[in-house]
Design a binder for this molecule. Structure first.
Ligand code: DGL
Length: 215
């Protein structure tokens, strides 16, 4: 076995959703988790800035001997993963908004993707919608303030419920039966979404990404 650690990063606690599954699946692996809280939030920042941080963090993780980097952040994956793969000789595993599973599972043909501004602006998002939406109506819902709420430990409070109602209520009323968590921080809001919108299917790709990293 290769004893070098796995590097993982996010702007804050969001990527812990990936880390949790990864550690369950591969408890023998050492992981260095980098939470870039000084630069939180990534979502509203220009892509160039997020790319710069992603490169700096990758350098740090490689200096610590990382054999694989998990970009446990949708915004950083959108802004930087293609360039990171070109620039560094280690494998990268990143987040991709779960448009494909959502389009396959939705019965109403309408899905809502909840993600940051940066994720929606990226080329990656347009590409997965183009490749996988297949006639499904896909609404992009920017989760303004949601990652900050999670970062402050306010998931599961009336405050998070109210914001989610405001953001997702109109989509669900319009017939969306599937909500994609397109930001790793939103994993921690899955319970609030399920409680507010019973019957709506929630797509969370953090487990699939952890499995891919183990592979
Ligand atoms: N956790 C990050 C993501 O997956 C974003 C949170 C932030 O805005 O920093 O997109």
């Amino acid at each position: 076995m290769d004893n070098r650690p796995v590097g993982m990063f996010d702007s804050g606690v969001g990527g812990l959703s990936v880390l949790k599954v990864f550690r369950e699946l591969a408890p023998e692996e050492d992981v260095i988790y980098f939470a870039d809280t000084d630069w939180f939030p990534y979502g509203p920042r220009p892509a160039a800035e997020v790319r710069k941080r992603s490169f700096a963090i990758t350098h740090r993780l490689l200096e610590s001997g990382a054999k694989l980097i998990v970009v446990a952040c949708n915004t950083a994956s959108a802004a930087a993963i293609a360039d990171l793969r070109e620039a560094f000789p280690v494998p990268f595993v990143g987040m991709v908004p779960g448009v494909k599973p959502a389009a396959l599972r939705s019965r109403s043909g309408r899905v809502a993707i909840l993600a940051t501004e940066g994720t929606f602006d990226g080329e990656l998002y347009s590409r997965v919608v183009e490749d996988f939406a297949r006639g499904t109506t896909v609404s992009a819902v920017t989760g303004v303030g949601l990652a900050a709420l999670v970062e402050r430990g306010l998931a599961g409070t009336p405050q998070s419920g109210e914001i989610l109602q405001r953001l997702l209520g109109p989509e669900v009323e319009a017939g969306a039966d599937t909500v994609v968590l397109g930001c790793t921080h939103y994993h921690f809001l899955a319970g609030d979404i399920a409680a507010r919108f019973p019957g709506v299917e929630i797509i969370d790709t953090s487990e699939a990404v952890a499995r891919r990293a183990v592979q």
